[in-house]
Design a protein around this ligand. Structure first.
Ligand SMILES: [Zn+2]
Length: 312
């Protein structure tokens, strides 16, 4: 049993995605690591911050060199309880698991372009992912990301603003079960990567935004000052460099050198709901959602209208 504690303090300090990536390795790779040591099954404490006895789900990757043993999540509370009991002696656990894996079925990315007025062949992506885990409704992960990305195109049309470069909305399919849509997009656009000026993805909910994450050459940071100056008025003027990447679906583009961006959220609550039955629409605050729509629009428009190319 992996009883790793999700770092809620780290999440409260604005570093929720880092807290999650520290915790999620046990869910992703824990079964194979334990199998190599002779385990016959693993229990993994939820990789999120929920303290409402809600189990957290997500992808598990079996390694080729280890037996494929069953794995299940336990909640924060049950992890604490089993740990307490184990200190008093042997604990026996009966595990009943019922999941099945069905064959893949055809599905699609959804793409819409708002053509640029001066450089229509250069593209700034605004995006999220369409799919979600089935035990919640995916309101935060990632319906809000789709909503604020569509909002960018809507706002431009509504305000009669024409970006110089094309702004492309992408709703990626199947992020959760292997990043299929994101990989496929990057593969199909491989000849066209140099025309991808920037990619933005919102996939960490819709709390109050503090600013944005950036993955790319640090020399590019001064280019964003005029954008941050505008966002400062809504409390979103910060920029955090994340060289490893900023969001899952645009990760394959980041790896090919496309400057990549994502909203930097207040992450105090997101991982309490993420991948649980509590990811439902009541968790979405309309005012904060609108703040994110504004951040995505200012960022996308600012990038689409930058005079110079970004260093890459
Ligand atoms: Zn997501």
């Amino acid at each position: 049993m992996y009883n790793n504690k999700f770092d809620r303090e780290m999440a409260a300090s604005g570093f929720g995605s880092q807290a999650y990536s520290n915790a999620v390795q046990f869910r992703g790779g824990g079964a194979s690591a334990a199998a190599r040591l002779g385990a016959i099954a693993v229990l993994v404490r939820s990789a999120g911050g929920s303290q409402n006895r809600l189990p957290h789900t997500g992808a598990l990757r079996y390694a080729e060199d280890a037996p494929k043993i069953p794995a299940a999540t336990i909640t924060f509370e049950d992890g604490e309880l089993i740990d307490y009991l184990a200190k008093m002696g042997t604990v026996k656990i009966k595990i009943v698991l019922t999941p099945q894996t069905f064959p893949d079925a055809p599905s699609h990315n959804v793409i819409a372009d708002l053509k640029g007025s001066e450089k229509p062949d250069e593209v700034v992506i605004v995006s999220g992912h369409l799919d979600s885990w089935d035990l919640g409704t995916g309101a935060l992960d990632d319906a809000t990301g789709i909503g604020v990305s569509m909002q960018v195109l809507y706002l431009m049309k509504e305000l009669g603003i024409k970006p110089k470069r094309t702004i492309r909305f992408v709703a990626y399919m199947n992020e959760e079960n292997g990043l299929v849509g994101g990989r496929k997009y990057a593969e199909e656009e491989d000849q066209n990567i140099s025309k991808h000026f920037a990619a933005i993805e919102s996939d960490l909910g819709a709390s109050h935004p503090l600013g944005f994450y950036f993955a790319g050459k640090p020399e590019a940071l001064p280019y964003f000052l005029p954008i941050s100056r505008i966002l400062r008025s809504q409390g979103a003027g910060l920029v955090q460099l994340q060289p490893g990447g900023v969001a899952a679906d645009i990760g394959p583009l980041t790896q090919k050198g496309v400057p990549s961006f994502a909203p930097w959220f207040d992450t105090r609550t997101y991982f309490n709901y993420h991948h649980t039955p509590a990811d439902t629409l009541d968790k979405v605050n309309p005012k904060e959602l609108a703040e994110n729509g504004a951040l995505m629009a200012v960022l996308a428009y600012g990038l689409a209208n930058l005079e110079q190319p970004l260093p890459r």
